[in-house]
Design a protein around this ligand. Structure first.
Ligand code: ZN
Length: 334
């Protein structure tokens, strides 16, 4: 069966008996425009340290996080969890080229349940939480997200244009913190000493006043002593979001905190929340539904039927006539 990778859950995972999780009650005005990046100050700045023995990337992502929050209608806890995943995927995608992309997936036993984020070489990031809102039984006391993840796995899949098939690496979550667990992923799955810092600073309205991250990785020929410094250097940094909120640029942060490592800036690219879904693609989902489910929709509605893209929460609506035409086409095939 043809599958549409942009739709969650994939059709192959659904049974005809399962209530249609793609459909939702119409409570909000239709958003027929998928997410387009607000290309402003958000960027990935790549740099090299210590005679190129350490590769680093710094991310400024305040606009991306706020756009993600608005599109997905997220509270602070959800913005933190998904925002860290957006920034982690974005930092990991810094080394991609051309049509390459990667996905970061978390499956866990805690109330977060899981998430899926995709980032590509062009700097586009999109993705979703599997459980919104994340159920909480008391107000957030701190930004320790470990209880919300519980036990779980992190999977990173790279879809590279020059590779025959996607490559997936998977590790058990050891820390309940995406920054630490992504570093753990690189060390255990790819044997590369790596460190991540991810942070979001909220204003009084719950919007991101600033958001950003840093990624440092020892190059294969780096001395062991240098590799061991990678983690401690990033851990010793003040919160990246605080530095950005104070008005520092990514280059300034790197210059101020790594002056002794003689930073060399090599690449800067824009990044943003962006989804490439469109109405035709979403209509394809309907055409692939089992005939009895389509007939049920045609008879019972309610119309307009709404399908949303899980990656960006854009809603697409279809009236009874649309469903009738899809059914007629299905009958003419059989
Ligand atoms: Zn979309």
């Amino acid at each position: 069966m043809k599958r549409n990778a942009d739709i969650y859950p994939p059709l192959a995972d659904r049974t005809s008996k399962e209530p249609s999780r793609l459909f939702m009650k119409k409570t909000l005005p239709e958003k027929s425009q998928p997410a387009k990046p607000e290309r402003g100050g958000d960027c990935l700045q790549t740099f090299l340290l210590a005679d190129d023995a350490i590769r680093g990337t710094m991310l400024n992502a305040g606009q991306m996080i706020n756009q993600m929050r608005r599109h997905h209608e997220l509270g602070i806890l959800e913005t933190l969890v998904l925002g860290h995943a957006y920034m982690g995927a974005c930092l990991m995608a810094a080394g991609l080229k051309g049509q390459d992309r990667l996905t970061l997936q978390v499956d866990c036993s805690g109330p977060v349940k899981g998430l899926l984020v995709e980032a590509n070489a062009a700097g586009d990031v999109r993705g979703f939480l599997k459980n919104v809102p994340i159920p909480v039984d008391k107000p957030l006391e701190n930004f320790n997200l470990s209880p919300f993840f519980g036990a779980g796995f992190i999977s990173v899949t790279r879809i590279l244009a020059d590779a025959k098939r996607p490559f997936t690496g998977k590790v058990m979550m050891a820390h309940g913190s995406l920054a630490k667990d992504l570093a753990h992923y690189y060390l255990t799955s790819e044997q590369i000493p790596t460190s991540f810092s991810l942070s979001i600073k909220f204003d009084h309205q719950g919007n991101a006043a600033a958001a950003g991250g840093m990624f440092l990785q020892a190059m294969p020929d780096a001395a062991d002593s240098l590799a061991s410094q990678v983690e401690t250097r990033v851990m010793a940094l003040p919160s990246i979001a605080t530095l950005l909120a104070e008005g520092a640029s990514p280059q300034r942060v790197v210059r101020d905190h790594f002056a002794d490592c003689a930073p060399r800036f090599v690449d800067r690219r824009n990044v943003g929340f962006a989804c490439h879904c469109n109405r035709d693609q979403i209509r394809t989902v309907l055409t692939l539904l089992p005939i009895d489910e389509l007939q049920d929709i045609q008879q019972k509605g309610p119309f307009p039927v709404e399908i949303r893209c899980h990656h960006c929460n854009t809603r697409y609506s279809f009236d009874r006539e649309h469903i009738g035409r899809i059914l007629a086409a299905r009958f003419s095939e059989n």
